[in-house]
Write a protein that binds this ligand. Structure first.
Ligand SMILES: NC(=O)c1ccc[n+]([C@@H]2O[C@H](COP(=O)([O-])OP(=O)(O)OC[C@H]3O[C@@H](n4cnc5c(N)ncnc54)[C@H](OP(=O)(O)O)[C@@H]3O)[C@@H](O)[C@H]2O)c1
Length: 329
């Protein structure tokens, strides 16, 4: 019998999930991907992965797929849907299905739950949030992540789980922070308001390493970890680093908060009325105008050995190269 770890990844075809699949293969795991029949599998093509196209709606199907699993990395989730119900379905109901199915699998060692810094909400300039901070989500996405964490904790007597809370994640295959790179490529470095804004960002490769450490550490069951950058960034600095990575001269545009809220208002109308995929809606306008999205990852560093290994300069450079290679920029 093989002594490989048998790991299942939900959301395996997405941005974070596909990088985790790559990492687990490198680590010698037998990797199983939970996808759905409609999933775009471009990032899994040609890889040593066993596909299960059952999706996450049926506990019975999940239970059959999870047979023999040691680790389940529950990465699937929704970050951008027009309704609160959509967030609950994508982030809470699916997690309940995964936990329920996992609770019937005798071989399970751990379920890794992918929450978000959105669960705690923002910090003040110079401050941070950590695992002891109160949960103050400011939008339906963050509320659904709090509810997702609670579901995992409700199963703690039946399934061992560990929760990770990443801040913003960037790197090859990302389509969200990509909008920032596109703006720089067009010659514009956009800043939200006139006051400084701080944030954590994590390269996806560092994140998946932290996820692996969190899932496989013998003492981390029942724990929560932030997995963010050691460095604290602001928009001006990020604009400058991206401009260097792209070798582009940029104009810095500072957009006043009230303009951001107006754009968010109209974005919200388009999203609610026509289901359009907009960059800014009411909630996202509020999010990007908050002073700090910096999280403190000291607990993960101390207990898991987690660390940021990719500087923002290196990370932006290699990400831009990847976007160019793929013809995205
Ligand atoms: N990216 C970030 O900056 C960031 C930051 C903090 C936390 N997170 C969390 O990290 C996780 C992954 O995010 P990501 O950026 O990799 O997103 P992504 O690229 O959009 O991938 C989402 C994945 O979830 C799957 N999924 C969504 N709804 C599903 C459903 N109802 N049934 C089955 N599969 C479903 C998608 O499958 P399909 O392709 O079939 O839709 C896809 O594989 C999420 O839980 C997110 O909340 C992300």
């Amino acid at each position: 019998m093989s002594n490989k770890d048998i790991s299942f990844v939900t959301g395996a075809n997405g941005f974070v999930g596909s990088h985790l699949v790559d990492y687990l293969i490198e680590k010698g795991n037998e990797v199983h991907a939970i996808v759905r029949p409609t999933s775009n599998l471009q990032w899994l093509e040609g890889k040593d992965v066993i596909l299960h196209t059952c999706g996450l709606n049926s506990v019975e199907d999940l239970q059959k797929s999870f047979d023999g699993a040691h680790y389940i990395y529950h990465i699937a989730g929704v970050v951008k849907v027009p309704t609160k119900e959509g967030f609950i379905k994508g982030n809470v109901d699916m997690t309940r299905n995964v936990m329920e199915a996992a609770s019937h699998i005798q071989t399970i060692k751990r379920v890794l739950i992918t929450s978000s810094m959105a669960a705690t909400g923002y910090a003040e300039i110079g401050g941070d949030v950590d695992e002891s901070s109160p949960l103050r989500p400011i939008e339906p996405y963050g509320e659904s992540k709090v509810a997702q964490e609670k579901v995992a904790q409700e199963y703690s007597d039946r399934v061992a789980s560990t929760i990770v809370r990443p801040p913003g994640v960037y790197g090859p295959r990302d389509t969200e922070i990509f909008a920032f790179f596109k703006a720089i490529n067009s010659g514009f470095s956009v800043m939200m308001g006139f006051k400084p804004k701080e944030m954590s960002l994590i390269h996806v490769r560092d994140l998946v390493q932290g996820m692996y450490q969190a899932a496989t550490n013998e003492n981390s069951a029942g724990e929560i970890y932030f997995l963010g950058s050691l460095e604290r960034y602001d928009w001006k600095q990020l604009g400058e680093v991206a401009s260097v990575a792209m070798n582009k001269k940029t104009w810095t545009i500072k957009i006043p908060h009230f303009v951001i809220f107006i754009i968010g208002f109209f974005g919200q109308l388009l999203e609610s009325a026509f289901g359009m995929d907009v960059a800014l809606n009411k909630d996202r306008a509020y999010r990007v105008t908050r002073p700090s999205w910096y999280c403190n990852s000291a607990k993960a560093a101390k207990e898991l050995g987690f660390k940021q290994t990719i500087s923002i300069e290196e990370g932006f450079k290699s990400t831009v190269e990847w976007y160019k290679e793929k013809g995205w920029l």
